[in-house]
Design a protein around this ligand. Sequence first.
Ligand SMILES: [Zn+2]
Length: 84
Amino acid sequence: MTADPQRSKALAVIREGRLTLLHVACRQVAHEVDEVIARVQSSRQGGPAYAVDLAGMQWSCTCRAGRGCPHIVAVRLVTGGDVP
Ligand SMILES: [Zn+2]
């Protein structure tokens, strides 16, 4: 597998149990997720939790990295939003 730092961090988020899915819905197309609300705990002890959501085909995260951050990558991996 190629070394993709965002993906490696995303996998760590999942493995370490730092990702919580609060809401997932497939409204428009069956089996295609189009609404997600999730929370990702920072890897730092006592660090902040980031809110990740998908709405209107746009992913967003409250961390400073913004779009393309490992938190969004992790949530896309577990919700199937990563499938082309
Ligand atoms: Zn983020």
